[in-house]
Design a protein around this ligand. Structure first.
Ligand code: AMP
Ligand code: MG
Length: 410
């Protein structure tokens, strides 16, 4: 077979995936803010206005001039009375001006009337005969939200490469921005392969199994906000595999397959890719997922995942996500999470390992993770009962209970 890296370290595989993803960076598109959730920003966002846009009240109450209500302790027995000269509700600016001895009724979010510099909440006054008596004297400037205290006009509030979370989209909406530039979403074609596969709902003949990886892959992709397209499962037939995969690779940005990448007689994908495309690597020193295949085919990035379900989970979660994030220009790394092992684990091999585990947070605020004892790559139930991958880097090591390890959610 032609020259390409093989049996490489996991970190090296990740670096190759990231480099290729940068080369395959998708184009920008301008879309409505309303439709941008989960997308990656392709431009920095500058605030066209300040937030809040104007000085306004933080509470329902009365706007007043603090100079009118200053009292020494000795004067506190005499009540402070202010005449109500108008109303200022949210949504309008009535152009009201507060003079000496005056106040205005105000609601939360209403612009502060000229002359006023303080708000007293309605619970702290007694209202009668068109006036208020203050029962509690507020501090100067109390309960006022100042223009620009959250964001000053002209500030850069978000950077290219950041993911648009609901809070960030809300900030963009508050700034009045109705559309923005994001990276295009990759189109993803999903293939399962294997003569043994039958779709759920159909009868099983001897030797057959149900196709479970399609649900896994489609779910993992949808959780990334993508809308993947699945094909009918491919038989282990070289001509069918070649024509279907090349066809999809001409029309989609990314082709993801599972199965057919190890060393068996029916593992046809590595030869297909090196003959008709370009192989960037085949086989990574990781467990599970060792036979993972990565390259390009036609106009698509090609990721060939191994067939065992837990291998799909590990290889997609690390290499697949890195590819899809990189192609979308995501430049905001997740900070890794760490947890203490709840039980020891004797890692007797050299490969970079991903165990499945259950994460929990104790009353002491410490995260701990319990590795699932069923660590073989076909043990789907163990993966279903778990919620994280436990990362054990290259090298044999006897991990003790309490040792801190990296965990990756799935
Ligand atoms: P392969 O890499 O094609 O040799 O597959 C490795 C193992 O994963 C075999 O036991 C396959 O039967 C199983 N496998 C492959 N594809 C799927 C799938 N889509 N759903 C469930 N198991 C699969
Ligand atoms: Mg197979």
């Amino acid at each position: 077979m032609s020259e390409f890296p093989t049996r490489i370290a996991y970190e090296e595989a990740l670096a190759i995936v990231r480099r290729v993803a940068d080369e395959w960076r998708l184009a920008h598109e301008r879309i409505a803010t309303q439709r941008a959730d989960g997308r990656i920003l392709a431009e920095p966002i500058q605030a066209p206005i300040s937030l809040p846009p104007f000085d306004n009240s933080r509470m329902d109450g009365f706007a007043l001039r603090h100079a009118d209500i200053q009292r020494t302790n000795a004067q506190m027995d005499s009540s402070i009375r202010l005449r109500i000269v108008g109303e200022q509700f949210a949504g309008y600016d009535t152009g009201l001006r507060i003079g000496a001895g005056e106040c205005a009724r105000i609601t939360t979010g209403a612009p502060l009337p000229a002359g006023a510099d303080t708000v007293v909440i309605k619970e702290n006054v007694r209202e009668h005969d068109g006036a208020i008596d203050l029962e509690v004297v507020p501090d100067a400037g109390a309960d006022i939200r100042r223009a620009g205290e959250d964001v000053a006009a002209g500030d850069t509030v978000l950077q290219a490469g950041q993911v648009l979370t609901p809070a960030r989209l809300s900030l963009i909406a508050a700034l009045g921005i109705a559309d923005l530039m994001v990276f295009r979403r990759p189109t993803v074609a999903v293939f399962t392969t294997g003569d043994e596969l039958v779709e759920p709902g159909l009868p099983l003949a001897p030797g057959q199994i149900y196709n479970s990886n399609r649900e896994l892959l489609m779910g993992l992709l949808r959780a990334q906000g993508l809308e993947p397209t699945a094909w009918p499962s491919l038989p282990d037939d070289p001509a069918r595999i070649e024509s279907q995969l090349r066809d999809a690779a001409s029309a989609f940005d990314v082709v993801i397959t599972c199965g057919g990448v190890s060393a068996g007689e029916k593992d046809l994908l590595p030869a297909m890719l090196s003959t008709h495309g370009q192989t960037h690597f085949w086989k990574v020193r990781m467990k599970p997922g060792m036979p993972v295949l990565f390259g390009t085919l036609e106009r698509a990035a090609f990721l060939g995942l191994p067939g065992n379900p837990v291998s799909v989970l590990a290889t997609f979660s690390r290499l697949g996500r890195a590819l899809l994030n990189g192609m979308q220009g995501r430049a905001e790394p997740h900070s890794p999470w760490f947890a203490a092992l709840a039980v020891g684990w004797d890692k007797t091999h050299d490969r970079h390992e991903f165990l499945r585990g259950r994460l929990s947070c104790g009353q002491d605020g410490r995260l701990s993770v319990t590795p699932h004892p069923a660590d073989a790559s076909h043990r789907l139930k163990g993966a279903a009962d778990s919620d994280v991958l436990i990362v054990l880097p290259e090298g044999a090591r006897n991990y003790l209970s309490g040792d801190v390890v990296e965990v990756v959610g799935y």
